[in-house]
Design a protein. Structure first.
Length: 311
């Protein structure tokens, strides 16, 4: 099974040019985790004080739940802290477990995705291979997400052996990793429910944590998967086209793509560069002739239009 084609930093940069992308500030990763939870708590407080804002708060919280998954992904690459133990504690207990994932289970699966990106052995290939689809098909997928059907499939139906299939994009291997992480997820969520009850707002757990987790989070996770790899020509053969980078506006970063997850082409080129350095890496790579061949989309609406262009 051949691995995906690779490039080396020395193919693009001098040692002095590459050095800034190798250094990591010890405080940035923990600060991002703190920021993510602070946004969730502030949005929860806003929803409790002004219930009319709950629909907006659901979108904000659901996006930050994706943010926790993205920071778990950063931890899978050792990017949250140079201290391996701290990296794994933050990535597992504060990022993965609250949204039903597991860093120890996710890491080998995800590194396999990098090794075989867009090859037949890529465990995430099922997420991008069906595209493009029709607009009606994409609409049905988003409706499944926003009505909780995808959440139910991944968290409940997965527990029954008969529903486990690699052919189902909703129960692909990434979702299976989530499905195997039941006990810690229930324990942490019981603690969140108890904290809401002690604060006298038990209902906030359901309206402002579980509801986003069951609706907006699956939807933006799907959009992330589509934007990263779907409909990129030459992705199996050209390392500069193994993934897509999507230019994200402020509202897309707030409601769809937090923590620089939109810079996915750069991440696949050099997966150990910390996520907060990806914008600078994007500019540096695009300044090279090889970087002009990268797949770069002008926003998530443009990506969805292409992904749903099948007649």
């Amino acid at each position: 099974m051949p691995a995906a084609p690779r490039v080396r930093p020395t193919d693009l940069f001098t040692p002095d040019e590459w050095t800034p992308f190798q250094t990591r500030a010890a405080w940035v990763g923990p600060l991002l985790v703190l920021h993510c939870w602070a946004v969730i708590l502030l949005a929860t407080l806003a929803g409790v004080l002004w219930p009319i804002l709950i629909p907006i708060c659901v979108a904000v919280i659901g996006t930050r739940q994706l943010g926790l998954a993205i920071l778990m992904h950063e931890a899978a690459h050792g990017g949250l802290s140079s201290n391996r133990r701290l990296n794994d504690v933050l990535g597992h207990w504060l990022c993965a477990v609250p949204v039903g994932a597991s860093l120890p289970l996710y890491r080998p699966y995800h590194l396999s995705h990098h090794k075989y990106a867009q090859q037949a052995e890529d465990p995430d290939l099922v997420l991008s291979a069906p595209f493009p689809v029709t607009r009606a098909s994409l609409r049905r997928k988003i409706i499944r997400d926003l009505t909780g059907q995808t959440f139910f499939k991944q968290r409940v139906l997965y527990l029954f052996e008969a529903f486990r299939t690699g052919r189902d994009e909703d129960i692909a291997e990434g979702a299976a990793v989530t499905g195997r992480s039941v006990a810690p997820f229930l324990l942490v969520n019981a603690a969140l429910l108890a904290a809401a009850a002690l604060a006298g707002v038990w209902w906030a757990y359901f309206a402002l944590w579980l509801l986003p987790l069951a609706t907006w989070f699956p939807m933006v996770t799907r959009l992330r998967n589509i934007a990263e790899h779907a409909c990129v020509e030459g992705s199996a053969d050209d390392p500069f086209r193994a993934a897509r980078t999507t230019r994200a506006s402020w509202w897309e970063r707030a409601f769809i793509a937090p923590y620089w997850v939109n810079f996915h082409a750069e991440h696949h080129l050099f997966m150990h560069v910390p996520c907060w350095k990806l914008p600078a890496l994007h500019r540096a790579v695009r300044a090279r002739p090889q970087g002009q061949g990268m797949e770069v989309a002008d926003g998530y609406l443009a990506v969805l239009a292409r992904a749903s262009a099948k007649a």
